[in-house]
Design a protein around this ligand. Sequence first.
Ligand code: NAI
Ligand code: MG
Length: 354
Amino acid sequence: MKRYNIAIYAGDGIGIEVTAEAVKALKAVSARSGFELALTEFDWGTRYWKKTGKSVPDDYLKQLRGFDAVYLGALGDPANVPDHEAVRPLIEMRQGFDQYANIRPAKLFPGVRTPLADRKPEEIDLVVVRENSEGEYITAGGFFKRETLDGIALQTAIHTRKGVERILRFAFEIARKRPRHRLTMVTKSNALKIGMLFWDEVLEVVRKDYPDVTAEKCHIDAMCMALIQKPQAYDVLVCSNMFGDIISDITGAISGSIGLAPSANINPTREFPSLFEPVHGSAPDIAGKGIANPLAAVRSAAMMLEFLGEAEAAARIEKAVYDCVVEGRIRTPDMGGSSTTHEVGNEVVRRLAS
Ligand code: NAI
Ligand code: MG
């Protein structure tokens, strides 16, 4: 029987609550799918901080290195741990494990309220593919005479040929497998005449290998407007690190609740473990109340199974979530219901078992 070693890093706040439900779904589906999951739980985050004064042990990347995947709940506990320290491991894992592709699907399920007027569910079905390893979020630059009236702040974006080409190819591969075969590259080459022009140039090279995919470009400002006005015109959106960050907040918002939004941080070469996590954070405002929506976490677990090669099990989880949402009887408050985190998690497990 196939066996996968998974590191479970629940983290803080609702990260712990929703991870418990994701683990339940994973156990329920693996029991009937002919593979085994060896789950190793780590208490890193505030719990570890209280014992040691650190959020993670010094060698935590080494400890995670040999796992097939890392499953993360959420990090952050501003009342107890400085936020940059609490969230640091997430950024270190993405960079240290070269998880250069951040995938954030956004789909409006029937019966879920979108802030956009008159949008039918089948009209919002997008995948954001965000460059996750370089671009605008590399800390390159510095200050000069910072405190004075002559102060200078210099922050440089770094786009490499290797980095741009690999994320474009990754996105084209996704577009190729989706029914519409459509890809939109977000750019801003009318103003960022070096970095984004480079993206445009690499697109022209890469697109030749994907004649079956309709590829177009859209400037980031126009893209923000278009996603509000006509989200149905888009399918796969591929973006630099910062543009992807911006766009995926919009796609998350228009597809309902952040409590439904899953994500994957992929190292496509599989040299290192990939990381799967809900898009949301640790939500201190509702932590401990038992009302967090666990479905983003459950769907992230499904993305993990799919990446591991268990597409059928992943699809079963996704269907259980879909049915649970569409039926609408058991929902957490963020989706207009009054059910608890456990009740929603139990409902997913019940559907997986039936
Ligand atoms: P957040 O995503 O934790 O919460 C934003 C809002 O959405 C809150 O009102 C929260 O109650 C609600 N929300 C989030 N997830 C929900 C769920 N599953 N069900 C129902 N409601 C949900 O973002 P915020 O408040 O900006 O950050 C809180 C902490 O999380 C901070 O320490 C921040 O640094 C950290 N953070 C961590 C992330 C991660 O681990 N990937 C991502 C974003 C923030
Ligand atoms: Mg963001």
